[in-house]
Design a protein around this ligand. Structure first.
Ligand code: CS2
Length: 501
């Protein structure tokens, strides 16, 4: 079957939306680092709308930091790919043309740096996942012992990490007398603008104190809250898209209908009118970010770990299990909502109702194993900060304790029936050491008293991993709120523990 590319656009079926503008007139305005499915279903779609509306100076040059797979899929397609928006009633397909090419940083570093130093490029945006910033997740500071950071500091003109690339490009622009670009973080980090500014300017300062000052003083790092559920693409998705399009798309992306982007308006070098593409432009992103990270991502991670333990494959499977639905709603209402200021009760209720509906979308098949990835980088902003705030206000953390216990039980690597759990985490070695020290490796189920003793040891050794749990993990109230449900996870299993939480 012929591949999707510029020459096939005219022969696509009528139902498929396609770029209705002259792509050859588009010039680059944005370089995007981390061209995964999320970016392609979120920011790139809003940029596409602005290109179609005539703002042709904002084309995207995209980059992958390591893997060549997206470049191999999209470049032969002239950057084109299909977005499938799914709900219970079907899938609406749209071919997106906002990305002109995908550069692989490892094999074409100079080409990427040239794009980043192009004076027409005013925004460098990023979705490199939490771990891509090479920071300490509990404190948000640059991890100066990170192997990638050490390597980039030793070879600053040939960087491979996101902070290294951004700093080298900013240094080159400065040397050439080109205004700095705005750094637009679109990852689920807490205070993502401030955090990335801290990490990037620290990296700059380690290269040269004056460069660090320049970055902290002259470069804008607006905060954003990004939201759209975009499960990993499957081969069935590819087959469905090919059957509808009549041409083969090597890497379409599938998402839910919902999309939200809240952006702090700080773009000294200019920006597209994102607000005309549905984004919310504001002076303070913090309340939105907290609401989203804690209510959505916090419960997502909770369902991922406890769902994995209970043998539930997707978020829809998990939320349609009545005891899970009850538990997740109580977790939201009783222990997360009190830590989410800035919205009326009514607004929060509507937000939570909408989340439950989004989770239940049967067409998405968002896998719990996918969300379980990189938990060490996600937990602080999703669950631990919530615990800390609840404790400071003298409120309960019992349900949060079960959520964290689910994560710890998952990190033992062995499921309730003895199967291997899909651990995919940059701190896997640290966790497996703590698990081994507690004697928890390979355990499936245990009788009550043995489960209690094991939970004591395991909570003790894991909660003191301060890179993840910070000081909160050393609090005796946290220790006990986690130990009790952890024991029950070993003795009764996840489903029973959730049912009687
Ligand atoms: C998910 C997020 O994989 C994960 O960790 O929680 O990717 C989530 O789907 C998005 O943040 C939704 O906007």
């Amino acid at each position: 079957m012929k591949r999707l590319d510029s020459t096939s656009l005219n022969s696509l079926p009528r139902s498929v939306i396609r770029p209705g503008y002259d792509r050859s007139a588009v010039t680059p305005g944005i370089v995007h680092l981390g061209v995964g499915a999320f970016h392609r279903a979120h920011q790139a779609v809003m940029v596409e709308d602005r290109l179609a509306a005539g703002e042709t100076g904002w084309g995207i040059v995209a980059a992958s930091l390591r893997a060549a797979d997206t470049a191999e899929a999209l470049n032969p397609q002239n950057g084109l790919y299909t977005l499938g928006v799914r709900d219970g009633s079907g899938t609406q397909l749209r071919v997106i043309g906002a990305i002109s090419e995908v550069i692989v940083a490892t094999s074409a570093r100079e080409r990427l740096l040239a794009a980043m130093t192009d004076p027409r490029v005013c925004i460098v945006s990023l979705t490199v996942t939490e771990k891509g910033y090479c920071h300490d997740p509990a404190t948000g500071a640059l991890n100066e012992t990170h192997p990638g950071i050490i390597a980039d500091l030793a070879n600053p003109h040939r960087p491979a990490t996101a902070p290294g690339l951004v700093v080298e490009a900013l240094a080159r622009r400065r040397a050439e007398g080109t205004e700095p670009f705005t750094v637009l973080c679109c990852d689920n980090l807490p205070s993502n603008g401030v955090t990335v500014r801290r990490v990037v300017s620290r990296f700059g300062a380690l290269r040269d104190p004056e460069l660090g000052e320049f970055i902290a003083g002259e470069v804008a790092f607006p905060a954003t809250m990004v939201d759209r559920i975009v499960p990993a693409t499957t081969d069935e998705d590819r087959a469905m898209v090919a059957a509808t399009l009549g041409v083969r798309d090597a890497w379409p992306v599938m998402s839910e209908p919902f999309t939200q982007w809240v952006i702090e308006d700080r773009f000294p070098a200019g920006r597209p009118r994102f607000e005309d593409a549905g984004a919310e432009i504001t002076t303070d992103v913090a309340p939105y970010e907290r609401m989203k990270l804690r209510l959505l991502n916090g419960t997502h991670s909770t369902m991922a770990y406890l769902g994995q333990l209970a043998g539930l494959e997707t978020i829809a499977d998990t939320i349609s299990t009545p005891t899970f639905a009850r538990f997740i709603r109580r977790l939201m209402d009783e222990e997360i909502t009190p830590t989410v200021p800035g919205f009326s009760e009514d607004q929060l209720t509507r937000y939570k109702d909408a989340l439950i509906t989004r989770y239940a979308n049967p067409a998405l098949r968002h896998r719990t194993a996918q969300i379980a990835m990189d938990g060490s980088q996600k937990l602080p902003q999703r669950l631990i900060g919530t615990m800390r705030d609840q404790l400071a206000a003298g409120r309960s953390i019992a349900l949060l304790g079960l959520a964290v216990a689910g994560f710890i039980r998952f990190m033992t690597g062995t499921g309730e029936r003895g199967s291997a759990l899909p651990i995919n985490d940059p701190m896997a070695a640290t966790f497996s050491k703590a698990v081994a020290e507690a004697g928890a490796a390979g355990i499936t189920r245990l009788p009550g008293d043995q489960a209690e003793a094991l939970a004591e040891r395991l909570a003790g050794s894991v909660l003191t991993i301060t890179d993840v749990f910070g000081e909160t993990g050393r609090d005796s109230r946290v220790r006990s709120a986690v130990t009790k449900p952890l024991a029950r996870l070993f003795s009764e299993g996840a489903l029973a523990t959730v049912t009687t939480a």
